[in-house]
Design a binder for this molecule. Sequence first.
Ligand SMILES: [Zn+2]
Ligand SMILES: [Zn+2]
Ligand SMILES: [Zn+2]
Length: 88
Amino acid sequence: MTQAQLDPHLRMVRAVEPRTPQGCEECLQTGSPWVHLRLCLTCGHVGCCDSSPNRHARWHAGVLGHPIVQSFEPGENWRWCYVHENFT
Ligand SMILES: [Zn+2]
Ligand SMILES: [Zn+2]
Ligand SMILES: [Zn+2]
């Protein structure tokens, strides 16, 4: 895929509010640690990144079919597609 083509998954991006701005939704429930946070741009789920032990952002994308996340780290605003495994 070239950068000139728009990722079709961007159609799933909504104006979302973070559901758990304090951290990863699943890790907060289990008391697990995380490294970085990713925001689902379809439903506002906050999940942990692939460097975290539980990788809940990737898990969420696969289970619910919400492929586009944005970094939830301060000062970062890049987006990632878990289907295309690329920035989008
Ligand atoms: Zn995509
Ligand atoms: Zn997590
Ligand atoms: Zn989602």
